[in-house]
Design a protein around this ligand. Sequence first.
Ligand code: SF4
Length: 146
Amino acid sequence: MILVSACLAGVPCRMDGKDKLVPEIKRLVDGGKAIPVCPEVLGGLPTPRDPSEKRDGRVFSKSGKDVTAEFIRGAEESLRICREHGCRCAILKSKSPSCGLGLIHNGRFDGGLVEGNGVFTQLLLDSGISVMTEQEYLSAKKEIET
Ligand code: SF4
């Protein structure tokens, strides 16, 4: 079983109340091969919500609220679901302060990126779960199928 960011499977859980559907990832969920989670919603944050970005090891909303506790709570609950389903790998939404891998928004809300992982991604990696972005998944899938 694979864990996936819920927004990639078509769940409208993003901060703007929309999804980031990747049909190939939704097919994994529909086929019973993947479990969708949204750590920010599981952490108790509303949808839609203020955008948030990581800065100096914490997470702040654009209006300046420290939402680190909600992000950690959601990441821990998502890890619990991951373990419950025996997931060994995850496909997560790139650049997100929760789900980003390798590159995330820089904390200044200016569209810039910095090296780093989202809160949930880091918890998964620290727990021995493999993580790839949706682009990495699609590239690997294309490579396998050609
Ligand atoms: S927290 Fe992750 S799953 Fe939820 S909307 Fe953001 S990127 Fe998607």
